[in-house]
Each structure stands twice: as C-alpha cells, then as structure tokens.
Write a new protein. Structure first.
Length: 577
C-alpha cells in the first residue's frame, strides 16, 4: 500500500528544515569554517594550512546565556483545598508535599487531558500522585534531561518531548517513557485551520541494515503520531533517500514483539491528543537564540584565518632583491620567453616559479641591485574589526557585551549590571512562561496515563536575584512602605518556596520570641515610669497595682494565642516577620 499524504507532507517538511537546524548546531559548536571570497583565496589559505586553525567561536555565548538560566527547581502536584493556608501576601492551594503554598491556576487545571477538572479526591490520592510524579522524573532522568532539552531548544529554536506508556502483558500501564527528541528527527505539524492545534507529528531517522546478501543498506523509519493512533512506516530497501518523497517508497513497518509475533503497523489509542510536546521559543516554530550571530561569527572566522597567515609573515618577513636593469640576464628563460611551462595559477603546485609568496622566502633576481622587505599586515588590521564584530554579535542577539569576556567589557555591578541584563532577563522569563505550560502539559498527560488526573506545577529558578546593596535597599524601602515582606522577597528574585521556608519554621519561632521580649521590655518600662509617678504623688499605688494586674493578664493571653497549634505561619506574618 502507498504511504499516506500525511507521511509525505511531514517527511518533506522535516527534510526541508534539517539544514537550518544543522547549521544552528554547527554554528554553536564552531564547525562552520570560512566563506571564501574567491577560489584563489581559498587555495592560498589552504596552502598556508589556515584551515587547521581552530575557530574562535563566540556564537555559543548567546545560547548559553539563555539556557544556563532555565533551571527547574521543583515539579509538584497541586492539591485544591477549601481550607487554603493563609500566608503573608495571599492564599493558595496546598501542594501534595504539604510544605509550600501556591495559588492554584484554573487554566493549568483545564489543560489536563481534554480539559477535565482536577479530581476532588482526598489527600492520599494527591500524595500518591506526587510519589508517581517523583518516580516518573527519576525513571526518565528528567533532572538532567530537562537541562539538555532547554539547551537544545535554545540552540535550535525547537525541541520535542515524546510521552508514551509502557504496558505489561495484561495491557496495564506500568511506566511512562518521556524522551527528548531534537528537531533533526522530529517535527509537529499544526492544523491549517487552527494553528494552535497539533494535527499530527512525525519522527524519522535513518539507520544501517544488512540484507540477505550481506550488503549494508540504509533504511529510513518514520512514525506518525495522531490523537487516536500511531502509524509506523519503513522505506523500501531499494529506495534511495532522495526518492523517499514518493508514496511508493514506503512500506508499513510491523516489528516483531517480545512474544515473537508481528505487531500491527497501526496502533490505536484513546489518549485524545498527540503524545508529542513541542518546546519552542517562537511561533509556530522557534528560532535559534544565536541566529543573528551567524554573520558576525563568519566574519570572525575570516579574520582569524587571515591573521594566522599574517603571523607567519610577521615572524619571518618576506624579502626581495631588486634587479639592475643594465645587468645581463644570463639565467633568463632560454626555452621560451613567453614561459609556456608556467601554470595558469602562479601559486599552483605545478608552477616552478621561484617567486613564491611564503614567509621567509626571498625573491632572487639575477642582476640584483638592492634588497628590501615586504611589510606584513599590521595586527590592528585584524584585531580592531574583530572587536567590532563581537560587539555587533552582542547587539544583534541582545546579549550583554561583558558576557563575551573582560577583553570587550568589564563586568558591571549594581544598577548598571541590572540594566545591561534587562533584555536577557526579559527573554529568560518569556522562555520560562512558554516552556512552563508545555512541561506541565506533558507531566499531566503522563500522570493521566498512570491513572492520576491532577494539576502539576513547575517552579523555576528566578531569572534574576538581588545580590548587591542597592537591590536590597530597594527591598527594605518596599517593606517600610507597607509591601508585605513575602511579596518584596519574591519580587527580588527568590522563589515562593524559599521565601515560605524563611518566613516559616525557625523564622516564625524567632519572631515569636522577639515579640515576647518586646512585651516584657514594654512591661518593664511601664513599671519604671509608673513607679516614678507614684513617688511624685501623681497616681496612687493601688491604682498602679490594678493596672499592672490587668496588663499582665493581657500579656499572658497574648502568649497563649501565639503558642496555639493553629497559629502557624499566619501568626508569624502578623508579627512582621
């Protein structure tokens, strides 16, 4: 049977964009080389072995600047709770780990499956869901894999996560595989009418196979993922890669299962969605973070190669001898004054000319009158444009210049650094917002396959944190102006989990102790003042006794309220901690 139109369309699109992703990968790795102005220049540099010089690759810096700040700090199941805990600055649903609070997001809950609301189950259900989530992350090594995914999507603009269940002999889902796939092998095809809806996805790769005659041949596999089925295809043995856009070049792929029986090429499912999750930094498809660094990096490559040749001439200058026009040319070419034996290219290997443009070479002209030396190119000819192209790369990619090294800009501090980092921080926060929704969607789908219909929350390391005196002065000013301390710390760049930990536990006990000290100090000061008033006859000592008894009673009542088991973090917040 011929391949369906979807396979040909998706495969053509996948192959069409592969060169762009390969270029992004090579540019990041510094494996692009130089674009030559002419074939003659190319031969000259090749003769000087300039191609052996490793490139000064700066194009990776815009990618790493973004990717290194995309760090997930926690992934938790959110449990809706009618008795929301109150913290300084607001209320929130209790997470399954019962250690932190976070405002529930109705929109996130709506993304589970086909829009089903989170189950109204007891705490045990959510505790089991959290345990399943933790095991899911451990089994798929997602702490490390997520960092790799963020790097790939930053480098290529697109990356994919395929989520697929593993079942036992009875068909029960026992585990879920979550695998990172780059854009060279995988691509999502969006619905033409609804660009926010995934129509289907393809994953295709090529591998070597040995045929019956012992010959090595290449075969191409392709898997199509739909919201109700998965189709597997394989190229015919006699079809070359360039012919795979022909529907007759494909066969249904029916692998042999563990039981020795062939599995069907089409496997239906009832998941209601395409199990491929698209991470992208733009829409509908992403763009490498270093895309605008390509041009400057190519110019840097040219400068490095050219200077590598010039360095030899600076170390060993080329010299010449000027001939005396009145001297006899006894060694002139007596075969043919037109020099027919010379190659068209005077620098070619077949040319026997003694006038070679090599370092330390001397042009020997018989009948010489005087000597001289060719001055090599000044290093400034290369270094000044080099610095300018690095600056252009920083400008075009909105990357702070100091990220490229102290040779170009000193690391700023305080407000200057925050101003320089503003474009980067904005970009990182934008990426976190986009990737956050995709991660949560993938985790919720994986948990649903395991039987948990819950909402998942992903927390990120802040894109920016206050570390200097000026930033902390702003925090202090906010608190003095009435901004809740929790909110002020979160705006500084610390996560809600960190702030809640600081404001709870030992911090709350410390605040309670401080309140008691303040109360005792206040009572002591009051008694001292009242004693002086009695001595002056302003007030009678019986009145003082009654007043003190009333005050001590209020202090004892306040202490009892502070130590009540349900006071918790709310009481700490009331004390100003």
């Amino acid at each position: 049977m011929p391949a369906p139109a979807d396979l040909i369309t998706a495969y053509e699109e996948l192959v069409e964009y592969r060169p762009a992703y390969e270029e992004a990968k090579d540019m990041y790795a510094g494996q692009v080389g130089e674009t030559y102005a002419s074939e003659r220049v190319k031969r000259l540099l090749a003769r000087a072995r300039a191609d052996d010089i490793e490139e000064f690759n700066y194009a990776h810096i815009p990618v790493d600047t973004i990717a290194n700040r995309l760090e997930i700090t926690s992934v938790t199941v959110v449990r809706p709770d009618a008795d929301d805990q109150t913290t300084e600055g607001g209320t929130g649903g209790v997470r399954a780990d019962s250690q932190n609070t976070k405002t529930p997001d109705a929109e996130k809950g709506a993304r589970v499956g086909e829009g089903a609301a989170p189950k109204a189950a007891d705490a045990e259900h959510y505790s089991q869901a959290q345990a399943a989530l933790d095991k899911l992350r451990e089994d798929n090594q997602l702490d490390a894999e997520s960092a790799g995914l963020h790097h790939k999507v930053s480098r290529d603009g697109d990356c994919y996560l395929i989520v697929w269940p593993a079942s036992d002999d009875k068909g029960k889902v026992t585990a879920v595989d979550m695998r990172v796939n780059d854009a060279l092998t995988t691509r999502v095809i969006y619905d033409v009418e609804d660009p926010l809806k995934v129509a289907y996805a393809i994953k295709s790769w090529t591998y070597d196979e040995v045929d019956a005659g012992g010959n090595k041949i290449q075969r191409t596999r392709a898997t199509l993922y739909y919201d109700n089925r998965v189709e597997r295809w394989i190229s015919k043995p006699d079809k070359k890669a360039q012919a795979l856009c022909d529907p007759d070049a494909w066969l249904p792929y029916e692998p042999v299962g563990k039981d020795g029986k062939r599995e069907p090429a089409v496997k239906e499912h009832d998941y209601g969605r395409v199990p491929v999750f698209h991470f992208r930094n733009d829409r509908p498809y992403g763009q490498p973070e270093h895309r605008y660094a390509y041009g400057p990096q190519q110019m840097l490559n040219k400068l490095v190669m050219a200077q590598a040749v010039a360095v030899d001439f600076q170390s060993f200058p080329q010299r010449y001898l000027l001939m005396d026009p009145s001297a006899d040319q006894t060694m002139a070419n007596f075969l043919d004054p037109n020099h027919p034996e010379d190659d068209d290219d005077p620098e070619g290997d077949a040319n026997a000319s003694n006038l070679s443009a090599d370092p330390s070479s001397v042009w020997k002209l018989f009948g010489a009158k005087s000597t001289g030396q060719y001055d090599p190119a000044s290093p400034d000819t290369f270094l000044k444009p080099f610095d300018r192209y690095v600056q252009a790369m920083a400008e075009l990619t909105e990357t702070p210049l100091y990220r490229f090294g102290s040779a170009f800009a000193q690391t700023p501090s305080g407000a200057a650094q925050r101003a320089a980092d503003t474009p980067t921080v904005n970009k990182v926060e934008n990426r976190q917002s986009s990737y956050d929704a995709t991660w949560e969607d993938a985790y919720q789908f994986a948990l649903k396959l395991l039987g948990f219909d819950v909402t998942v929350s992903v927390a990120w390391k802040p894109a920016e944190q206050a570390t200097d005196f000026e930033a902390w002065s702003v925090v202090g000013a906010k608190v003095d102006a009435g901004v809740p301390r929790r909110q002020a710390l979160i705006e500084t760049g610390y996560t809600p989990d960190q702030v809640d930990e600081w404001l709870g536990g030992e911090a709350a006990m410390s605040a309670l102790l401080q309140k008691k000290v303040d109360l005792i100090t206040g009572v002591a000061n009051a008694l001292q003042s009242l004693g002086a008033a009695v001595a002056m006859g302003v007030i009678h000592e019986d009145q003082v006794g009654a007043l003190v008894s009333s005050l001590v009673g209020e202090v004892q009542q306040s202490q009892a309220q502070d130590t009540a088991p349900d006071s918790g973090q709310t009481q700490a917040a009331e004390t100003g901690t």
